[in-house]
Design a protein around this ligand. Sequence first.
Ligand code: SF4
Ligand code: MG
Length: 314
Amino acid sequence: KNLKKYFVASKSILKSKRTYVSAVNGVSLQIKKGETLGLVGESGCGKSTLGRTILRLTPSTSGEIYFDGQDINKLSNEQMRLMRQKMQMIFQDPYSCLNPRMNILELVRAPLDVFQVGTPAERLDKVKEMLEIVGMGEQHMMRYPHEFSGGQRQRVGIARALISNPEFVVCDEPVSALDVSVRASVLNLMNQLQERFGLTYLFISHDLSVVKHISDRVAVMYLGGIVEITSKDELYKNPLHPYTKALLSAIPLPDPEKKAAPKILEGDLPSPYNPPAGCRFHTRCEHCTARCKEEAPVLKDMGGGHQVACHLYD
Ligand code: SF4
Ligand code: MG
């Protein structure tokens, strides 16, 4: 609810003058139990920061984060430590988050050690079971991350994230670093695991075609704010926000005969250090009016849970 995350970007010599970057600029959204909410946007729009802030891996500047009705910003460190078991993260580059000096057994078992779950023998059994489930097999347990391919390392990353039986998992670009040939198998695995364990995913990606494959609903993010959110089918059939339309037009169509007029996004993503006033998309929007430069649009429900933040729909 109205989540904000500002970073201090620089302190000038005059101590009074600080520059803030609003990486997350007042985001309100709901993630429903058992669903996959896709979160898309260009790199630098604040998707990863939003994901980390929701998990309290990064403290939020203001706003509320409810998990099962509890505002987790109000939990003590000890309460939060217990809550962590229920909320996990899968990272983009499994290599950079897996300690190269730990073998697969130690890496996957680590969350159980941290949360002191079960006896050592039970933990070992659990690791074997989890590796089997992600398609790795226990014969690999004594090997090290560098001995595996990117796809296998991501399977280890997934086993590690799921071994503490989480309910909610933030997946930050989990297949973006992988070869296109192994992406589908990792996405399928994530789908199967969701069914099997009743998981809820926030699935972050800059790639609308990946999000389409896995999401139930999709939220589109631009410069720290959500500009559109709706069901996957509705978003791809009936996008409303000019930014969403531009993003979708950049996906190559399967049928080259049915060529839609490409809506090329003009210019770069503006700097979050100095975001445009009014609608943050106005510098790149072909429908921009005087009002857009002054007044920031808020998310409005267009019916059936399709929400959009754009003055065109007033
Ligand atoms: Fe474009 Fe205005 Fe809508 Fe922003 S509010 S997306 S500038 S039409
Ligand atoms: Mg990111």
